[in-house]
Design a protein around this ligand. Structure first.
Ligand code: AMP
Length: 282
C-alpha cells in the first residue's frame, strides 16, 4: 500500500492509472477506522482496479464548538487495517495542503442542507461538499463510496455530483452496526460505559418507528412520537431531532407514502450520535 500526502502526487497517480485503463475507487474518510469504513473499502476492492482511501479530518466541516480538536486518531492502526483490506493508496494530506494560504473556494448545495443536521450544524455540509469536491478532483474516481449511516450527507453529495457533472458513480453502502444495533461510528469511542449501553436507543427508536409503519401508522407525527417515546426511556439521551421525511429529497410529509427516511440525532452526555432508516411505506 502506498501512502501519499502530496495532493499533486495523488492526482498524478490517479491520472496515470486511468490512462492505463484502470478504474479508480475512492473511499473518503476521517479515519479511526471501524467496521463501517472497512465495509466501504471491501466493496471498492470488489469493484475497482485501484482503491484509494482518503483520511482527512476536515476542519471545515466542524463548528467552532465541535469536537475537531479531540476527534479520535490512530494512523498506525488505520494504515494496518487499510493494508489488510487490500487498499492501494492511503491519501493523507495535511490541512495546509488541502487549504493552502489564500484558499477561497467553497462548494455549497442549497435546500437539502437546510433541515436535519444542517439546522444544528451550520456550515457543516458546506465543509463536506467543499472537501469532497476537492477530493473528486484530486483522486478522479470512477466510483466513490459513502455510507448510508450519514444519509443526508449521501443525498447532498449525490446532488452536488449530479449538479456539477462529475463523471463518476456513487455507491451508498448499508449501515454497519454493533451486535446491539448501535451504528458503528468513530465517535462511539467518546461514550462511557453507561452512555454506550443507552446509545442503543437510536436503533431501538428506529426499529419501533419501522414497526409502527408496518402496523399501519401513516402520519409522520405519529411515527416521530413513537421514536421519541423510546428515547425518553433512556435517561442519558437527549433528542436533537427526530423526524420522518421523504427519502431522496428530504421533503417534509404529513401523510407517509413511498420511500421515507426516519432520521435521528441524539446526544448521549457530551456525544452526538446520528442514525437513520429508510422504509418503503406500503
Ligand atoms: P467518517 O470517517 O465518519 O467521515 O465516515 C467515512 C465514510 O464512512 C462516510 O461515507 C460514512 O457514511 C461511512 N460510514 C460511517 N459509519 C458507517 C457505518 N456504520 N456503516 C457504513 N458506513 C459508515
Amino acid at each position: 500500500m502506498h501512502k501519499i500526502s502530496d495532493p499533486k502526487e495523488m492526482q498524478r497517480y490517479s491520472l496515470e492509472e486511468k490512462r492505463q485503463g484502470h478504474t479508480v475507487g475512492l473511499v473518503p474518510t476521517m479515519g479511526y477506522f471501524h467496521a463501517g469504513h472497512l465495509s466501504l473499502m471491501r466493496r471498492a476492492r470488489q469493484e475497482c482496479d485501484r482503491v484509494v482511501v482518503s483520511l482527512f479530518v476536515n476542519p471545515l466541516q466542524f463548528g467552532p464548538q465541535e469536537d475537531l480538536a479531540r476527534y479520535p486518531r490512530d494512523l498506525g492502526r488505520d494504515a494496518a487495517l487499510a493494508a489488510q483490506e487490500g487498499v492501494d493508496v492511503l491519501f493523507l494530506p495535511e490541512v495546509e495542503a488541502i487549504y493552502p494560504p489564500g484558499y477561497a473556494t467553497y462548494v455549497e448545495v442549497t435546500g437539502l442542507t437546510e433541515p436535519l443536521c444542517g439546522r444544528y450544524r451550520p456550515g457543516h455540509f458546506r465543509g463536506v461538499t467543499t472537501v469532497v469536491a476537492k477530493l473528486f478532483n484530486l483522486v478522479q474516481p470512477d466510483v466513490a463510496y459513502f455510507g448510508q449511516k450519514d444519509y443526508q450527507q449521501a443525498v447532498v453529495v449525490a446532488r452536488m455530483t449530479a449538479d456539477l457533472g462529475w463523471p463518476l458513480r456513487l455507491v451508498i453502502c448499508p449501515t454497519v452496526r454493533e451486535a446491539d444495533g448501535l451504528a458503528a461510528s468513530s465517535r462511539n469511542v467518546y461514550l462511557n460505559a453507561e452512555e454506550r449501553r443507552q446509545a442503543v436507543c437510536l436503533y431501538q427508536a428506529l426499529e419501533a418507528g419501522k414497526q409502527a409503519i408496518a402496523a399501519g401508522a401513516r402520519r409522520a407525527q405519529e411515527v416521530v412520537r413513537v421514536m421519541a417515546e423510546v428515547i425518553a426511556r433512556y435517561p442519558l439521551a437527549r433528542i436533537e431531532y427526530a423526524e420522518v421525511r421523504r427519502a431522496g429529497d428530504l421533503a417534509t410529509m404529513e401523510e407517509l407514502r413511498g420511500e421515507v427516511v426516519l432520521a435521528l440525532a441524539v446526544w448521549l452526555g457530551q456525544t452526538r450520535l446520528i442514525d437513520n432508516a429508510v422504509v418503503e411505506v406500503g
